[in-house]
Design a binder for this molecule. Structure first.
Ligand code: GLU
Length: 548
């Protein structure tokens, strides 16, 4: 009967699995080479979890001379959002992930396509026809209301809910009953006729979790929806088989349905890929750990990092830290080695929740940026601002050569300054430099009165010489300090603070406020050297006018 049923349900399918086996041959790759895929749904939202998974895919593939492909899982029409594919591709590219195969901005690349699930209907239906022929699938006419009623009955009886075993009444339909229903144009779904027994527990090795116990599936889940489109369960099994995927990386939310997937692979007679179920990304809030949430946490969205202009290397470096517990140690031992050389292993990934920490990302960014050249930093800032902030883009272009020098201040030597995190923060950090947006933001230090500031700054203007060396400049500041009731002798100041108005730090801070508008900045003499005499003098005069 099952052959007849298969013909009845899929009269339009004339291909067999053999056809596709030939069309999508085993890949000619090394034995150990891994083929991975990212299978995002085009919902218009791409998040840190996607990037986290994509980086695992990327490392597994490229560390083994394998291939990583992008497959768009667009079987759910209702959730499809225009422009999602571009968003996915561009966002991942921003963070250094580029696919070898699959959907690209210039069309599909590779011999295992189509790479959009919506274009693979025939492959799914051929596979579904095969299952039906084997007697492992049947049409089900049960409506949503009937399913709800069934669930109620099951709850009352205290048994597991779902369509299975004796509850799955459509298993028993005769071919004539099925024909009759089809003739009446009743909508139907194709269900798996499960052969599993949940009493049977199997050992299963997950790439991240190690050995786990999995119970057999017994649910007759829907494999083709009423519109002939497969559910995720069936689609990914068929795709991963025919795309010759060796390693699946996906979120732990799929662990509960893993038994279904194992049964499907088994019944299709296919070898299953290795599964790697990644832990949820968590954050600590009020001392408690919780899952990052799309609704509550803007930092879950990749756009958050793009908009702030985080550097790809920093984000990758941070994710590797999050992904492999031994990464930080390796980085300490190999401070200058490319992260691509780190021996990434899924078995070193945490299975109990990866704790995401923005502060840690910022710290790692500082470490990564301190090793980058100013050219590299500015090049990225130009690219970033071209997309996200045109005003900043023209500022960087206008001041480019000066910024090269400005960013370099204090970044060499034994204890280099680690000030720089991301583009937005860098712009804020050097914001004082641009005449366009310059303002005297900070107030004078507490121990410097307006009257004293006026005297200090007038003397500063009188003695300022752009050609002074740092030493001579500093001597002059000392003189101004000591001749106005402040002291350049810090020891003395500590001993008898009441004998002075303040110390040299107060005086130089007052000067700094006048020149850069802030109480804090990198080395002031160096900044002035880059700014030039005219701008320094103008700014001090402007400040004098402001406080006079
Ligand atoms: N489309 C699925 C998701 O977005 C992919 C899961 C998988 O990688 O298998 O969750």
């Amino acid at each position: 009967m099952s052959k007849e049923l298969a013909e009845l349900l899929f009269p339009h399918i004339d291909k067999t699995l053999d056809y596709y086996e030939e069309l999508y041959p085993q890949r000619e790759l090394g034995k150990k080479s891994k083929v991975t895929r990212l299978g995002p749904s085009p919902t218009g939202f791409i998040h840190l979890g996607n990037l986290y998974g994509a980086l695992v895919d990327e490392r597994l593939a490229h560390l083994s001379d394998g291939t990583m492909l992008l497959r768009i899982e667009d079987t759910d029409d209702k959730r499809k959002v225009e422009g999602s594919e571009e968003l996915i591709i561009n966002s991942l590219k921003f963070f250094g992930i580029e696919f070898d195969e699959g959907v690209t901005l210039d069309g599909e690349v590779g011999n295992y396509g189509p790479y959009r699930q919506s274009h693979r209907k025939e492959i799914y239906q051929t596979s579904a026809k095969f299952l039906t022929e084997k007697g492992y699938a049947y049409p089900s006419f049960i409506s949503e209301e009937e399913m709800a009623a069934l669930r109620e009955r099951q709850e009352k009886e205290g048994v597991n809910t779902g369509y299975y075993g004796k509850w799955a009444e459509d298993r028993n339909l005769t071919i004539d009953q099925i024909k009759e229903n089809l003739d009446k144009d009743m909508p139907w779904t194709l269900r798996l006729k499960s052969t599993g027994d949940p009493e049977i527990a199997m050992k299963f090795i997950d790439g991240i979790r190690g050995e786990i116990t999995v119970r057999q599936n017994n649910l007759d889940i829907v494999i083709l929806k009423a519109n002939g489109i497969p559910t995720y369960h069936f689609a990914h099994v068929v795709d991963d088989h025919f795309m010759r995927i060796t390693d699946v990386v996906r979120g732990e939310e799929w662990l509960s349905t893993l038994p279904i997937h194992l049964e499907l692979f088994f019944l299709m007679g296919w070898r299953r890929p290795n599964y790697n179920h990644t832990a949820h990304l968590m954050k600590t809030e009020d001392g408690r750990k919780r899952k990052l949430s799309k609704r509550k946490d803007p930092e879950l969205s990749l756009e958050y990092y793009m908009r702030d202009g985080y550097f790809q290397q920093a984000v990758t470096e941070y994710l590797l830290t999050l992904m492999n517990s031994n990464y930080e140690e390796w980085r300490m031992k190999n401070p200058d080695t490319d992260y691509n050389e780190f021996n990434f292993k899924t078995k070193n990934m945490s299975s109990s929740g990866a704790l995401f920490d923005l502060n840690k990302l910022n710290d790692i960014s500082k470490d990564v940026l301190v090793k980058m050249s100013e050219e590299e930093i500015l090049r990225f800032m130009l690219e970033w601002s071209d997309k996200f902030d045109k005003e900043v883009n023209s500022l960087i272009n206008k001041y480019y050569n000066e910024l090269l020098k400005l960013l370099a201040i204090g970044r060499t030597g034994k204890k280099p300054r680690k000030d720089l995190i991301n583009c937005k923060q860098i712009m804020e950090f050097i914001g004082y430099y641009f005449e366009e947006s310059f303002e005297h933001r900070d107030s004078l230090p507490e121990r410097v009165s307006k009257e004293d500031a006026i005297i200090i700054l007038e003397q500063y203007l009188n003695t300022y010489n752009q050609d002074d060396t740092n030493e001579i400049w500093f001597e002059k500041v000392k003189e101004i300090t000591d001749s106005n009731g402040f002291t350049s002798n810090n020891k003395e100041f500590k001993k008898n603070p009441d004998d002075f108005k303040g110390n040299i730090t107060d005086v130089s801070t007052a000067i700094r406020v006048a020149v850069v508008g802030r109480q804090q900045s990198p080395d002031l003499w160096s900044i002035q050297q880059i700014m030039g005499s005219e701008r320094v003098v103008n700014r001090v005069n402007k400040y004098l006018n402001k406080i006079k």
